[in-house]
Every structure is written in C-alpha cells, then in structure tokens.
Ligand binder design. Structure first.
Ligand SMILES: *Cc1c(COP(=O)(O)O)cnc(C)c1O
Length: 458
C-alpha cells in the first residue's frame, strides 16, 4: 500500500515508513493512495466476526504486502490480551444512550486500543532491530500513558513523553509517571498541549535532529493509530443492528472522529459524525462558520480535549478541497502566516454532509454526569459526558452511539465534585499510588527539549 502526503501527492511511502515517521516531510499528514470500499455482502460477512477477527480484516487493508494476515492476527490477539473484556470494547444502553466503552485497556482510555497494537508493530516491523529508535510524543494526558504501557521495556526503544505541566488530571499524571520502565522519560513542559505538539512537529521537521536520534512518533497524526480506531465504528455499528446510526465523539485532535469518517468512506453507512468539543471549540467554529482560528488554550475539566490545533482536520480538508494537495498546502500556509484560514460556503456544506459539531461547557458536563448518575446509577467520565451532551442536541438522527473515551476513575476529582462520591480504582489498572513519580519539568522551547533528549541518550 502506498501513502502520500496531504501537502504533496507525489510522495510515495510504504506502511512501514509512515508508521515510523508519523509526520510527512514538509509537514503534511500521510493518507493511503487507495481506500478499500466494502459492498453490502462484504459488510454482512464482516458483521459476523468477533472483535479481533474484524480488527485483522480492517487493519490488513492498510498494511497488506508488508505484514502477513496470520501475523497481523496474532499481533492483534496479543495486543488485546491485557484488556478487561475479551471483545475489547463494550456497548451498553444507559437510558436512551448507546455507550461504546472504549476504556477497558491497561491505562483506561481509548488510546490503548491503537497504542497496544502499535507497540507490537514496532517489534514486528523490526524498526529498532539494528539501531535504537527514539519515540517522541506529545500528550494531553491519555496518549502518554497508553504509549508508556505499550512501549515500556521494549528493546532498542526509548520513549519521551511531553505533557503540559499541571494541566492534566492527577491520576493521568500518576499513571504516566509511575508505570514506565527505564526506557521511558516523562517531560512536563511549561506550556499547553498545543505547545507540546508544536515542539514535537518541529523536531520532526528538523531533518538533522530527526535522523540523528532516529526519531519516531506515535501521536494521533500517526496513520496507524487512526487505522486501529476505525475498527470499533464497524464493530458497534454491526452490534446495534440498526440502519440509521450516528456517532457522537468527544474530540480534541480530530483523530478518533476521523477514524469514523474513514469507516464511512470504506462503505459503513454511518449517518452523521458529531464532534463534541469543550470550550476549546475551534472545530465547532470551523464546521459551523468556516473560520479555522486557533485561540489560546483554555483549561477545562476535559483536559484531553484542551486543544486548539486539531491536527487531523488537515486529513479531512484534503477530501473537502477536492483532493488538492496544493490547496491544503496553501491553507496551512495561511494558518502559519496569518494564524487562521477560511473555508467557503461550498466547503462548509460538504463538511456538514458528514459532520455536526456542538460545544459543551464545563457546567453542562458536570450536570450531565450528575444526571446520569442519579437516573441510572452509572458514572461516565467528563469527556464521555461531552459526547452525551452533544448527542442530546439531535432529536431526529435515529440511534446515536456515544464514544466512551475514558474511564471515570481517571478524572476522579471531577467525578467527586459532580456526584459527591469517591471512585475505586478498577482492578485491571495496575497502579501503585505510593510509588514515587518520575518526571522532569522543562521550559517550552525546542532547544531545551532537544538538549534533554540528547542528554538522556548519550
Ligand atoms: C484523546 C482523547 C480525546 C480526544 O480524541 P482525539 O482523537 O484527540 O480527538 C477525547 N477523550 C479522551 C478521554 C481522550 O483521551
């Protein structure tokens, strides 16, 4: 399978290349040259499969020729053996909400679903066979712990995780800074998630540094992550056995919901994809008005969505702009030179065919958690609550599946405030709360991060 860049269609990379690099040269994002489109009969066949079988079928489309199907199948089984549920994910009916629980992996957020597979792919593709790979990742709280759980103690791999200092939940930080082996380095950056992501992207674009440290990335701009997330759209759609299904997705970097868009492109007849945002509502604004203008990041009770530069939106733009790499490049130039870009009416209408977007405030989020607890004795995390809140705005969409993106325990302080109750740690979280946390606090600058990494790997 060949991949090209959203900003340069002439580039040709294979799956292993794009897996290792994450970001395309020149700053664009990778997209596959072909997209499998399932017909009705094929969909019927897929609907009979269990989660691991389905994951094998879907993911194989994107790496065939480089990973054998039997090998992929065992890699996937191994990846999901640590999950609480044999079927990896779980669908529950809570009142009239269809909740898709994606948080039964080792670090209690949906990020585990892709990251566990990615961890095993590093070994399988032998990318670190002869030379140590240094993985550098930015996190708004959950990617970091999922990456640590997936890459800890792997041979010839170091992992550097940049999180925004004091801007993630206590449990998120505690997991990240205590579960890793000696190949894991936690860095608290004095800045926001957007600052962390910007540093990582800029280091990737510095060819000399990237090759010097043999740098790799596992942020949600890595196509392999999107690919793993496509699976649960298919799976939940098949399990509900309804025709008119939409998804409501708590959104930050636009990775998870983009996987739903790809599922639709692959033939899954999804109706709408609903972007749920918090006060950092850049996606809600661009989808409803056409103006993409990053604001300053505001801290909310949904820290994993405290993002103003939704990187994966560029992958949607590519299709909205009639697959024109030069148009994408020119909007991205506008963004870096003028700090904004504008879409016209035709382009907004195209987006609106597949997407809706709703902003949910912290107050609404707390009251949703409270109400669901009172009415159903069920506790959802704040991110998931934004998905519930956004879904409520649509009465005529038919069935809506809300993606449950994190376990409430990860945000126990907020839950305590919302329902007045302390949560117990779920059994499958192997967290030693008394263990000393290890992380270093450093300034928001590329050079400080570079020096830190070089200091550690020498
Ligand atoms: C990462 C994350 C999100 C946002 O997902 P994106 O792919 O960045 O849009 C939402 N909720 C939780 C709990 C997360 O960890």
């Amino acid at each position: 399978m060949n991949y090209f860049s959203t900003r340069d269609k002439s580039l040709e990379f294979n799956f292993k290349d794009i897996f290792l690099r994450g970001l395309a040269p020149g700053g664009g994002l990778f997209l596959p040259a072909e997209m499998k489109k399932y017909n009705q009969e094929e969909l019927n066949n897929l609907s009979q499969l269990n989660y691991n079988e389905l994951a094998t079928e879907i993911i194989f489309n994107f790496c065939s020729g480089e990973i054998k199907k039997e090998e992929l199948s065992s890699l996937i089984q191994k990846s999901y053996s640590s999950f609480k549920d044999k079927e990896v994910v779980n669908i529950k009916k809570i009142g009239n909400i269809n909740l898709l629980e994606l948080y039964h992996g080792p670090t209690l957020a949906f990020k585990d679903i892709a990251m566990q597979v990615i961890g095993n792919m590093y070994d399988h593709l032998e990318v670190a066979k002869d030379k140590t790979v240094n993985v550098v990742v930015a996190t708004s709280g959950d990617t970091g712990s999922a990456a640590i759980a997936a890459l800890s103690n792997r041979k010839n791999i170091n992992l550097f995780v940049l999180h925004p200092h004091n801007k993630i939940s206590n449990i998120q930080r505690k997991i990240m800074t205590t579960i890793g082996g000696p190949n894991i380095y936690n860095i608290a950056i004095e800045g926001s998630f957007d600052d962390c992501q910007k540093i990582v992207k800029e280091l990737f674009n510095e060819n000399s540094f990237r090759s010097k440290i043999n740098m790799s990335g596992v942020n949600s701009i890595n196509w392999a992550r999107i690919v793993c997330q496509i699976v649960y759209y298919f799976y939940s759609f098949f399990r509900l056995k309804k025709n008119n299904i939409s998804f409501s997705v708590p959104t930050g970097n636009f990775g998870d919901i983009y996987a739903g868009y790809v599922a639709k492109k692959m033939g899954l007849p999804i109706n709408k994809l609903i972007v749920a945002t918090n006060k950092n509502d850049i996606l809600q604004r661009v989808i409803n008005t056409g103006e993409y203008k990053p604001d300053k990041v505001k801290a909310t009770i949904t820290p994993s969505m405290d993002i103003q530069v939704a990187s994966n939106f560029e992958r949607l733009l590519y299709y909205i702009l009639d697959e024109s790499d030069s148009k994408v490049g020119s909007l991205m130039n506008d963004l870096s030179s003028k700090s904004l870009f504008n879409l016209d009416k035709k382009e907004i209408d195209k987006i609106k065919k597949d997407f809706e977007a709703v902003k949910v405030t912290d107050e609404e989020t707390v009251s949703i958690i409270n109400k669901i607890y009172k009415e159903h004795q069920f506790i959802i995390d704040p991110h998931t609550a934004t998905g519930v809140g956004a879904a409520k705005s649509f009465k005529n969409l038919g069935e809506i599946v809300v993606l449950g993106t994190a376990h409430p325990y990860k945000f126990n302080d907020t839950i305590k405030k919302a329902i007045g109750k302390n949560l117990d740690s779920p059994k499958h979280l192997k967290l030693n709360v008394d263990k000393k946390e290890t992380f270093d606090i450093i300034g928001n600058s590329n050079s400080e991060v570079k020096n830190y990494i070089l200091g550690k790997i020498q």
